[in-house]
Design a protein around this ligand. Structure first.
Ligand code: FES
Length: 167
C-alpha cells in the first residue's frame, strides 16, 4: 500500500468519525431536549367529567339502567316514580360490582358483596349501601347527574333534596 493511499484512507476515516460524532451528538441533544420538554410539561390525569346530562326521565324503564356505568361510573335506578343515580363503586374496597339482571342484584367480583337493585347491601363484607349522586333536572327537563355531591343511606340522606327526582 502506497503512502498516498494510506493518507486517503485516513482522511476518509476521519470524515466518517466526524459524521458519526455529529450524529451521536445530535441524537444526544434531541434526547436531552425531549427529556427537558417532558419534565416541563404538566402531568395531567384525564378523568371522566364529574357531571353529565343523562337524557330525559322517560328514556328510562323501571329498574337498573347501565348506560352510564362505563363512561361515568353511574347506574340509574328507576322505581316507584323515583329516579336515582347510584355509584358503581363497591363500599368494601372499591371494586366494580356487576349487575346480574337474572338474579336482580349487584355482585362484587372481589369479595362477594351483594347489593339489591336499590343499592342496599345484603351479603358479603360491604359495610354499607352503594352511594348515590346528586340528580336534578335542567330547564329543558333533562336529567343532570352531579358526582361532586354524594348521599349516603347510613347518614339518612337518601330522602334529601337532590338525592332523587320524582318522575
Ligand atoms: S371490594 Fe367489593 S366485596 Fe370487596
Amino acid at each position: 500500500m502506497s503512502e498516498e493511499t494510506k493518507t486517503s484512507l485516513n482522511r476518509r476515516e476521519f470524515f466518517s468519525f466526524l459524521a458519526v460524532g455529529w450524529i451521536t451528538f445530535g441524537a444526544a441533544t434531541a434526547g436531552m431536549a425531549s427529556l427537558i420538554f417532558r419534565f416541563l410539561y404538566p402531568n395531567v390525569v384525564f378523568e371522566p367529567a364529574m357531571d353529565f346530562i343523562a337524557g330525559f326521565p322517560d328514556d328510562y324503564a323501571e329498574g337498573v339502567d347501565e348506560r352510564w356505568k362505563n363512561g361515568f361510573g353511574v347506574w340509574i335506578y328507576k322505581k316507584d316514580g323515583r329516579l336515582v343515580a347510584m355509584s358503581n363503586i363497591c363500599t368494601h374496597l372499591g371494586c366494580i360490582p356487576t349487575w346480574l339482571p337474572a338474579e336482580s342484584k349487584f355482585k362484587c367480583p372481589c369479595h362477594g358483596s351483594g347489593y339489591y337493585p336499590n343499592g342496599i347491601n345484603f351479603e358479603g363484607p360491604a359495610p354499607r349501601p352503594l352511594e348515590r349522586f346528586k340528580i336534578l333536572r335542567n330547564p329543558e327537563g333533562k336529567i343532570i347527574v352531579d358526582k361532586t355531591k354524594v348521599f349516603r343511606y347510613e347518614k339518612g340522606e337518601w330522602n334529601n333534596d337532590g338525592a332523587y327526582i320524582d318522575v
